[in-house]
Design a protein around this ligand. Sequence first.
Ligand SMILES: Cc1cc2nc3c(=O)[nH]c(=O)nc-3n(C[C@H](O)[C@H](O)[C@H](O)COP(=O)(O)OP(=O)(O)OC[C@H]3O[C@@H](n4cnc5c(N)ncnc54)[C@H](O)[C@@H]3O)c2cc1C
Length: 409
Amino acid sequence: MSQHLAILGAGPIGIEAALYARSLGLSVTLYDRGPAAANLLDWGHVHLFTPWRMNVTPLGVETLRRHDRWPEFPVDVCPSGEELRQHYLVPLTESEPLRHSLRLNTTILRIGRESHLKSDAIGKPERAKGGFRLLIENSEGIQQIDHADIVLDCTGTYGHHRWAGRGGIPAPGELTIEDQIFYTLPDPLTRDRTSFEDKHTLLLGCGYSAATFLKDIELLNRSHPVTKVTWAIRRPGQALQTIAADPLPARRHLVEASLRMADNPPAWLRFMSSVALESVEYAHGTFTAKLTDLETSQRDSHSIIRSDNIVALVGYSPDTSLYDQLQVHSCYATGGPMKLAAALLGESSADCLTAGANLSADTLKNPEPNFYILGAKSYGTNSNFLIQVGHNQIRDAFKLIRPQVPILA
Ligand SMILES: Cc1cc2nc3c(=O)[nH]c(=O)nc-3n(C[C@H](O)[C@H](O)[C@H](O)COP(=O)(O)OP(=O)(O)OC[C@H]3O[C@@H](n4cnc5c(N)ncnc54)[C@H](O)[C@@H]3O)c2cc1C
């Protein structure tokens, strides 16, 4: 009897997984709560540091070529999020193999088993009997149950930000003003320009997104010299680390810019390391943030920063509530599925290009049969996930789902 696959999340990984499944002749529904590749729309202005060749698959390119929809991009050029979405991901969802499988503007609320509760038949294959029940909700708020034999959770982490407060919990005041804070990367040069030009921003966070924001503000400051930033990070010393002989030039430039700005802050930038957000409030258009110096750790060692904006690029975490009625063993450090998280924590490489490159298909297995977490969500709070890693995961997952079928490219 043919099995039905539910793929949750039409981001770069859900779309490729659905295409792969359709190429194997499987019956698939690909759900997304928004439009296809919605998150890339949000950070569409950002250029990826990985080139085209690392963000597409031979299967995807071949599918678009068949429909004359692949503009033959130079493989070594880095696309913007918008270009990747517009010229590759959206056309794939419109292609013959996928367009009848797509269910957009449909949110997955919960996943359960037809005939087992979470605590039944612990780790036993009989849990697979009867398949999964998905509680879904459409854009009008109407809920219903869909059914599936196999579920791939590719819902990412982007919509589920971490908190900026000290210790990873919300700082006093943060919950109240959550919707006033930018937790995703703004676009200070175009879409969000009026929020940033000639304004003072408190930037929290030390990853590639923070470095991207600073590069944009550096440009904005040339035409709007009153624009300034206080950049506060939790780590002592530098934000990003140089990767020896980095093969990705765009990433190397980003790291170099971040190091340059932290070492010799330009007039528009104040850099503070070893600090944490103790409390925050917002009144009459001004944020007042209290930052604690983590090195002295004295109760009264605070700085007060007043700003027009707070940009908190402090990362994302997986929403595990979707599968809290399934037997998924989550990592206590990252929130990702345990087998994969343990393999990643055991790896010595801090470089996202090589981290996770050689993991076996076995690391994708959960105690819950026929349930797989792929894509950025599978890495939990670990920000090393790359689209290319997700493509490998898809091939690995289908080795488990269809062991007798040859692996596609
Ligand atoms: C600014 C930025 C730059 C990046 N640059 C790079 C780069 O250069 N190279 C690289 O390889 N990676 C990069 N990444 C990391 C990563 O590869 C991407 O985030 C990628 O989008 C992850 O793909 P995904 O499909 O796993 O998840 P997502 O793209 O997050 O897609 C998940 C999808 O699931 C949907 N969804 C979520 N919850 C539900 C629900 N309950 N019901 C239904 N649908 C749901 C969302 O709407 C979304 O469409 C970058 C990330 C960011 C944020």
